[in-house]
Write a protein of this length. Structure first.
Length: 198
């Protein structure tokens, strides 16, 4: 099963960045994500784990615009290959590792922020994944989850996500992402970000 999923995402990597919110090729969409995420993470130079990083677009954004130190993890070798290629000239250059985002091989209590976009919904055990991700944070570190429930019925509604996060952190904030600027056009999906502090 894991090999099948890895093969699927290796194939998806070829066109992954064509979605406006994946590739952030449109300056307006890129700016919207920068304005959303940078204040949540904090001052320049923060250590950030980008779990389920895909082709490394958010890692690139945060390294370039926030001067943050990124470590991306994705279980698709092709996604990671493209992420490394994309960030070849970025300073500070993100580090990328091929591994399962559910159990990232990263040192505990090392990161100021853990970012996961459209990842928690796909975890076989979301509670276990959240507990593991929380362990990566230093005291006062922030967990940022961008999730949604898509029109095809796939995903995780906010009404389920928030209680899951509350199992590991007491300080939990929910923000709906209803502005078309994030997605490059209108959407009727439920899309949101949850920020919590360890």
């Amino acid at each position: 099963m894991a090999d099948d999923m890895r093969a699927l995402w290796n194939r998806e990597a070829e066109t992954f960045d064509e979605a406006p919110d994946h590739g952030l090729r449109d300056p307006g969409v890129r700016r919207a994500w920068a304005d959303l995420l940078l204040p949540m993470i904090g001052p320049p130079g923060r250590r950030v784990a980008d779990l389920g990083c895909g082709t490394g677009t958010l890692s690139t954004l945060l390294a370039v615009e926030g001067q943050h130190l990124l470590h991306g993890v994705d279980f698709s070798p092709e996604m990671v290959r493209r992420a490394r290629e994309k960030t070849a000239q970025v300073d500070p250059r993100p580090i990328f590792t091929v591994a399962d985002a559910a159990v990232p091989p990263l040192p505990a209590a090392t990161f100021d922020a853990v970012l996961c976009r459209h990842v928690l919904w796909a975890m076989p055990d979301p509670s276990a994944a959240l507990a593991k991700w929380s362990e990566l944070l230093v005291p006062g570190g922030v967990l940022i989850l961008v999730e949604g429930l898509w029109s095809n019925g796939v995903g995780l509604p906010a009404s389920e996500c928030v209680p899951l996060v509350e199992q590991v952190h007491s300080d939990v904030e929910l923000r709906l992402l209803e502005d078309d600027a994030y997605w490059g056009g209108p959407t009727e999906d439920e899309r949101y970000v949850v920020r919590s502090t360890r």
